[in-house]
Structure formats: C-alpha cells, structure tokens
Design a protein around this ligand. Sequence first.
Ligand code: GAR
Length: 190
Amino acid sequence: MNKNVVIFASGEGSNAQKIIDYFQHSNYVTISLIASNKANANVLTRAKNNNIPTFVLDRELFYKGNEIVEYLKSIKTDLIVLAGFLWMIPENLIKAFPDKIINIHPSLLPKFGGKGMYGMNVHKAVLAANENQSGITIHLVNEYYDQGKIIAQHSCAINEHETVASLSEKVQLMEHEYFPKAIEHFLAAK
Ligand code: GAR
C-alpha cells in the first residue's frame, strides 16, 4: 500500500533531495509534500524542481489551533520526516501522529542534542569536547528535543586533524546514505 511521506525542512535540503531521489521510482512511497518554515529555503526550490507540492508554515498557525494537523490528515500523511527542521514540533502534532514523526540528528544522541544543537553547532561542540567519534542518529520525535526512541545510529571516527568542515562533510555523507534507507525500513516495519 502506498505511504505518503511529508518532509519538514528549514534550509538547504540536501537530505530532502536524497530522500526524493531514493523514492523517485518507488511504487509504495510518495513524497507528497515538502513544508518549510522559511519561504525562501532552498529545499522548496528542490521540491518545485521535482514537482512536489510545497507548503510554507506560518508560526501562528503552527503553534496555535489544529489547522496544520487537519491539513496533514486531509492529505493522508503516513509519516512526517524532519530533515533539518528548526522549529520544535508542537504537542498537538505529536499527538496526532504518534510514532509517525522521525528526525535526523548529526551526532550520536543522547550526546550533543537539545536546544540550539543544530547543524554546525553540533560539530563544533563535538570537537570542543575532544570526542573520538561522532555520527548520526535517526529517532522518533516526542515532546522533548532529540529525546525520542532511537531507530538507527551510525558512527564515524574523528581523526587527529578533524575540522568542523571535514566532520560536517563526513557526517553529511552518512546522512545521505542512511536516512532514506532508514525511512524505507521504518515504513516497511509498520
Ligand atoms: C542535517 O545535517 C541534519 O542532521 C541537521 O540539519 C542538517 C540539514 O541539512 N539537523 C539537526 O541538526 C537537527 N537538530 P540539509 O538541509 O542539507 O539536509
């Protein structure tokens, strides 16, 4: 049976692109919508280039009332994928889609998660703490930042001369490789 996946993203959208590419010819997964909190986010251009409907989230509507939930239900959303999404997910959305919202985080949670831990900030914090490994975590979203059940985790070594740029590149390659597959496995297990 076809599953409708909605992606929420705030910026560049390189992960969204990999997910779009991975499921492009799938008979059972459709990327049905890409939503962003930023009208000029590159991820929305990527969506348009791939003929995927877009939606710009309004902060008022997102945090008050139930319109967004109703809209996502009306388009029969099976899974919401956060691919670099900056806003905290409100409780009504979490309750309306229990165990149906997943996020990717660029570190080995529970380390280096929480408020403000986004993108480069995460890699900076990992290096500042002299860690010898980092990686990616794909997890369910609950009402606490970066604390939902972990679905998949992959690690990489941090070498002696690692920089924020080199670590970010390494982690991004892992995200691109593993995130679409994790989504596929997660949907297949449902
Ligand atoms: C990704 O590295 C993702 O792990 C991170 O934002 C980046 C988005 O990149 N998410 C977080 O840090 C969540 N706390 P992209 O727009 O190129 O996909």
